[in-house]
Design a protein. Sequence first.
Length: 246
Amino acid sequence: MNELGLRSKLRARPRAQGRVLAPAGLFKRLPTSAGLYFPFYHDVLGEYAGDLRRHLLAFRRLGPLISWDTALDVLAGRHPMTGPMFCLSFDDGHLSWRDVVAPVLRELGAPATFFLTSGLVGQPGNLTWQDCRDLAAAGYHFGSHTVTHPRLADADDDAAVREILDSKKEIEDQLGVEVRDFAAPYGNPAVDFGDRDLRTVREAGYRSFATTLREPMHPGDSPMWIQRQGLHPAWPIWAVRTRVHD
């Protein structure tokens, strides 16, 4: 099996993937020095609720779980950074946000941002617009993750504009909230988006642009280049340390 095939197989078996990653975590540690971290997840099946809770408690022992607004204030120097800080987000639009994620967040009093792929709403296995309205009413923040989750670098100019603008408009129309934050699908600037897409996001009125680069952030860093650490709740903490570390 080639490397790509092995990666695909491991993604379908997240506990096995976590065990494969864990040895590399032996040489890293969860952060103890000042830094802003943006761990993010996708679907969280019910069997992983306890694992998600374990991750969030591990982060909270190190530093506060903060909202996206507060994180942007940290980057702008309007909010102090005294140690590690963690800003959670979730991508796509999975039904588990309602059934699994929100109860865990509520139990822990943790804020989070949901980056919604607007075209997935109402599809099997995904949230309805009423579910999204209920989450927004409960105080959770929504951002855009495009309409159909394309790799923006593969889209022509008109299609990229539609993905970035139409998602914002539909979420705002459906939820009655302003959408000011954008997360690029896949999120690697080397292959998944380009300068054109950053310009379009700025011109559309977004205030932040999230990638999947992993380095911690600090005051003075640009909100148009948020660096997030992708995790799966099934991973043991040693595997988490390969993504979230000093």
